[in-house]
Design a protein around this ligand. Sequence first.
Ligand code: NFS
Length: 677
Amino acid sequence: MAEEKAIEKKAKVADPVAASIDKATQEMIVRAQELGIDTCFDRAVTLKPCNIGNQGTCCKNCGMGPCRLPLGKGLAEGEEDTRKGICGATPNTIAARNFTRMIAAGAAAHSDHGRSVAEVFLSAARKETDAYQIKDTQKLLDIAPYFNVATTVKSEDGQDLDRDIDEIALEVAEVALREWGKEEGELLYLKRAPQPRYEIWKKLGVLPRNIDREVVDIMHRTHIGVDQDYKNLMKQGTRCALADGWGGSMMATDLQDVLFGTPYPLQSEANLGIMKDDHVNIIIHGHEPVLSEVIVAVSQSQEMIDYAKSKGAKGIQMGGICCTANEILQRHGVPLAGTFLQQELAIVTGACDAMVVDVQCVFQNLANVAKCFHTKLITTHPMAKMEQDNVIHIEFDEHHALEDAKKIVKLAIDNFENRKGKGSFIPQYKSPLIAGFGVESIKYHLGGTWRGDYFTLNDNIINGRIRGIGAVVGCNNVRTRHNEGHITVVKELIKNDVIVLTTGCNAIACAMEGLLTPETAQVYCGPGLAEVCEVVGIPPVLHMGSCVDNSRILLAATEVVRAGGLGKDLSEVPAAGSAPEWMSEKAISIGQYVVASGVYTVFGTTFPTSGAPVFQDYLFKGHEQLYGGMWDFEPDPIKHAHKMIAHIDKKRKALGIDKARERVLMSMEDRQKLSAA
Ligand code: NFS
C-alpha cells in the first residue's frame, strides 16, 4: 500500500525532458524533485486548467454566477447557439468581457510601470534625488517635440538658441505624467504612428483619451448589465490596448532610455550557468528598472566588492529573471539567469544569496522554495508583498534609492556565509549573446555610417534577401514545453529569411539557445538573411528589450514605413507578430495593440475565446477589415511560423515585390541555366 502510494506520488511530478527543451532547466527540475521541492512544472502535472475558463466563457462578474457556458462538442452547421447566463449574457458577450478585462489588466501593468518611471523622471528633473540623472540628453531632445515641449527659444534678434536641458526635462516630465489622467484631448504619442494609421484609429473612434480612463472604462462597461455588444466591448478593448502600446509602454521605454541610457549592442551571457559558486549571487526579478538600475550600480561599487571579499566571496555576480533581466542586460550587460519559468530553479541551485523582486510575473511559491535554502527573498514594491513570514520587505523609494540598494546588496553579502556547507548545484549551461538593439541602433547598424537610416533594411526587404520581419515576443507557459515553441518558431522564421525582432521571455529563450549571436546566421538562416547578417555583422534575431519595449518594435516598423518603398502604413509592411508561449494578461494587451496597429499576430498554447466562435471570428477575421491586422491561433510551432510567412508573402505580393525575392533566391544552377538560355 505504502509502495503504491509512493508510485502514485512519483507519477505526479513532471517529466523534466517533457517539461523543457533546456538542459539547465531539466537538471534543476530533477534536483528540486530529489530535494522534495515542488516547482511550477510539477504543479502543472497535478493541477489541470479549467476547461470552461480556458474557453473564455465563464462569467463571474456578479454574485449570481459563476455562469459557465462551455461549448461542448461545438455547434452543428446552422445550429443556433442558445447558451446564456442568468442575466442572458451570451458566450460572445462573456468572452468579450473577459478578453477586454485581460487587456485592461495588461495595459494597467505596463502603464503603471510607465507611471513609476515618469515619477522618478520628475524627481530627477526636479533634482530631488542623487540616484538618478538625465543620462541621454539626445534622446530627451528627440522625444521633447512629441510632448509639445520646445527645445529651442528665440533670442531677441530672432535666432534659435538651445534651451536649458534641465528646463526641457522638467517640462517633459510634467507633460508626460499628465498623459495618465488628463481631462481632455488624446494621447500625444499617437501622432508618432504613420498618418494613415492614425486616421484609421480616428475614424473608428479608438484614439485613447488618457491612459487611466481607458482602463477604468473597461472595468465599468464589463460590470454586470452594462456593455452587451461584443463589437462595442472590443472597440474599448482596442482603445485601451493602444493606450498601452502607443502610450504607457512607449513612454516607459523612452523615459527609461533618457534616465538610464538608450541601449546599444553589447555582449553578455544567458542561463543559470551564469551564477558562480564562489561569488555572492544576487538575482533580480520583476519589471521596473528604477530599482535594479541602482542595485546594479551599487553592486559594482568598490565598496561593495571589497565588502564581499571581506566575507570570503570572490565578488558579486548579478543575474536577472524576466523583464528586469532584459532591462539590466540591454543597458549594462548584466547576464540573464533565465526566463519566467526558471525563477524557482534559480533558488534551487542553492547558490542564490538574495532574490530581489518588484512587480509582475513573480511566483508566490518563491517564498516556499526560499524556505528550503539560505536564500533571502526580498520584496521591494508597496504594491507587491507576500504573506509568507520568511520574506523580507525593503520598500524602495527613489528619494533614498541608494541607501535602499545598499541595504539590499549588503544583506545578500552577509548571507553568503550562510551558504557554506549546504552544498550548491549550478547547472553548467550558458550561452553567449548580443543584446541591446533598438530603433536607434538598427538605424546605425543597418544604415551604416554614411546612411544612418532604414533605407538599407528596406532595400534588403525589397530585393528579397530579407523576406520580412517577424516580431516574436512574450512569455513561457508551463502548459507547453518550456522554450520549445519559442525556439522552433524563431528558427523556422530565420530559415525562411525572416529577420526576427524579439523582446520579453522569447528574447531570453533565444539567448539561452545561442540565437542572439552573429554566428547563428550561417547555421540557421536562409541564404538571403545569412548574407545580410554577415555583411552587416548582426545576429538574425535582434534583442529589443523587455515587454514594454515592444514599443521599440512599433517605432522600428514606423521607421520602415517612413524610409519608403514598403507601403504607407504599418499594415502594408511584410511583417507578422507572434507569442508562441504566451500566458500573461500583458500579452493580450500587446497582441491587441499590435493587431490594431495593422499587424497579423499569431498566439500559441491556448486562446482565451475558443468557447465563443462568433466573437473569436471577429478577432481573427473581422479585425482585418477594420485594422488590416488580425489575431490568429496556432499551437503547432512549425505551422505557426508558416502562417506568419504566408502573411508576409501576401504583403510582398500586394507591394509587387514578390518577384524580386524569387530572383534573389535562385540557386546557382538556376542562374547558370538562365545565362545559358
Ligand atoms: Ni512579458 Fe515580462 Fe516574461 Fe511574459 Fe512575464 S516577464 S512583461 S509577461 S512572462 S514575457
